[in-house]
Design a protein around this ligand. Sequence first.
Ligand SMILES: Cc1cc2nc3c(=O)[nH]c(=O)nc-3n(C[C@H](O)[C@H](O)[C@H](O)COP(=O)(O)O)c2cc1C
Length: 343
Amino acid sequence: MLYSFYESLVRPVFFRFDPEAVHELTLKMLGAAGRSRCAFMFAQKVPDHPVEVMGLRFRNPVGLAAGLDKNAVAVDGLGGLGFGFIEVGTVTPLPQSGNPKKRLFRIIPAEGIINRMGFNNDGVDALVRNVELSNYRQKGGILGINIGKNKVTPLEKSLDDYLICMDRVYRHADYITVNISSPNTPDLRKLQFGAQFDELLAGLKAKQGDLERLHGRHVPLAVKIAPDLTDEELGFIAEGLLKNGIDAVIATNTTVSRKEVFDMPHSYETGGLSGRPLQSLSTSVIRKLHGILQDRIPIIGAGGIDSVSAAREKMDAGAKLVQIYTGFIYHGPRLIRLLAENL
Ligand SMILES: Cc1cc2nc3c(=O)[nH]c(=O)nc-3n(C[C@H](O)[C@H](O)[C@H](O)COP(=O)(O)O)c2cc1C
């Protein structure tokens, strides 16, 4: 395999340092690059392979998954790397610091990551200010904004937090993702089940209607789900999405399973596992979900995409778009170009 500049020179240096410190530094650099006249030095040319999903036109089907740029500080720099769309967040109504450090771990032999960040972010108002400063959307870039609840908000008041975020981000988003699948906010995943799920979706849908009338624009709502669901739970979720007219579903978030990384260094850390060890699990969720939804609700596939074949598997299973995060950390910007050229 031909290694890129990133894999042979940059990654070995990055991987000598603490993952979160590297993450913050890289985001700062991308943020600065996006604002400077040197933006072209970090940019790469990626051919257009347009696709239409959720009524939106994407330059190519390869997106950046949520969690890498939680506060939308580097949207322009990231946009220059050739992503077909960028999802920022998860953002919560109030700023919060997340879980104590260390909370991000590389599982190198498996090309995985375990994180228990816990929605560390500067709050929705700061995110909106950053999005306003960026010109990514003016240049035709598609921006998703991923919203969540504050840790201090009781579970039964979750809807309020999502509605506050929706209200603030609606004008600034091309689509909005409702994150109910992070394993790092206590009980958040419970929102995927039972009456709470239905009530949440109905409340969000009603708000979407109000905001659509107010702003004269339909901003699609996507719901992001976990990979750790039984077939029965998946069936229930699919029915709820259909019943409430949700525009898209993102499958999947990180897994709490450790089956694929048994006994590897850091594998016993608490948190969500992403990257290659998640690949087949998330693909099987997409396949089952597509079996129920058919093409009534588009699926955005995420989980361990690190090659063209891994992305194709997601699309063959029923995904219309894909997102990458961990693969991007291990393989760098070349992965975006490879995927965009070959899908
Ligand atoms: C460090 C880290 C932080 C993440 N934070 C979020 C987040 O804030 N919101 C979210 O919806 N997903 C978050 N994710 C999940 C990713 O968006 C993605 O769904 C998951 O990692 C699977 O894709 P991957 O295997 O390509 O990383 C995070 C993932 C990682 C590795």
